[in-house]
Design a binder for this molecule. Structure first.
Ligand SMILES: NC(=O)c1ccc[n+]([C@@H]2O[C@H](COP(=O)([O-])OP(=O)(O)OC[C@H]3O[C@@H](n4cnc5c(N)ncnc54)[C@H](O)[C@@H]3O)[C@@H](O)[C@H]2O)c1
Length: 252
């Protein structure tokens, strides 16, 4: 792993931070970016060796700046982890405004595309790996989160299409579909659901776990372990796969 060069988007917090830290622990050279500059500074302070630049993936000039940093800091790329994703508001479709809908699509889909298309020339040279962070919301419907679910299904088509286009260059492309992952975001999601339903937070957590065969919330470190595995020789025998890591979620 010591020679591997990794870009993880949205690495200041949550799953992206766990993935960036895990790759650093493996000895890789890791660059991350995040729209939250203060959060990014804190993340870099916690993980010696981790490099980072502020970047909003919905703003293409900022992505150009990110790739200038990538060429300077990493001099190429072996692994792209498209982790950034926002949930958007929790409300029924008819109440969602066009601006709210577009913001989720701009970040989750267009941002991912704009980062990926700049990464592909580098990945062709390295026979690299792309990992896209979808969600259980990309396997099932997700009432009151229509924009989020639409983008996470979109990332499955994005993954399968890129896998077919890029396989000839020995580039592998897979999607990870987490279910309930512990951390601050999980707490926010539960709070949003409770606000809409009027139920208590405890009841919302129990309701969430009721649809899982295994009654455990997945820690972000396990998602990071899967991401690292997908870059190993065995992991690179997967491509075009949509890999749920959700303790067997039966329906959303
Ligand atoms: N946590 C879960 O339970 C869960 C479940 C399924 C899928 N996911 C997916 O995993 C990914 C990470 O989720 P998380 O829970 O760690 O989220 P999070 O909100 O904890 O972290 C996301 C990071 O991305 C950054 N970010 C947001 N918008 C950005 C933008 N426009 N440009 C650059 N950075 C931006 C945030 O500042 C934050 O640091 C997302 O794609 C999410 O949809 C999470």
């Amino acid at each position: 792993m010591t020679k591997k060069r990794i870009l993880v988007t949205g690495g200041a917090a949550g799953i992206g931070f766990a993935i960036a830290r895990r790759f650093v622990e493996e000895g890789a050279q890791v660059l991350t970016c995040d729209v939250n500059a203060a959060g990014l500074e804190q993340a870099l302070a916690q993980v010696p060796g981790l490099k980072g630049v502020p970047c909003d993936v919905a703003d293409t000039p900022q992505i150009d700046t990110l790739f200038e940093a990538l060429e300077r800091e990493l001099d190429g790329l072996d692994v792209l982890v498209n982790n950034v994703g926002i949930g958007g508001p929790t409300k029924p479709a008819e109440e969602l405004t066009g601006a709210e809908w577009r913001q989720v699509l701009d970040i989750n889909l267009t941002g991912t595309f704009e980062v990926t298309r700049r990464a592909i020339p580098h990945l062709k040279r390295s026979a690299g790996t792309i990992i896209n962070m979808s969600s259980a919301a990309g396997r099932y419907g997700y009432p009151n989160r229509i924009a989020y679910s639409t983008t996470k299904w979109g990332l499955i088509g994005f993954t399968k299409t890129l896998s077919m286009e890029l396989g000839v260059h020995d580039i592998t492309v897979n999607a990870i579909l987490p279910g309930a992952v512990g951390g601050e975001r999980f707490d926010r999601v539960i709070a949003g659901r409770a606000q809409v339903s009027g139920r208590s937070l405890e009841d919302e957590i129990a309701l969430g776990l009721a649809t899982q065969s295994v009654k455990r919330i997945v820690p972000p470190q396990h998602i990071a372990d899967l991401a690292v595995f997908l870059t190993t020789p065995a992991g690179r025998s997967f491509s075009g796969a949509a890999l749920p890591m959700d303790n067997d979620l039966q329906h959303g």
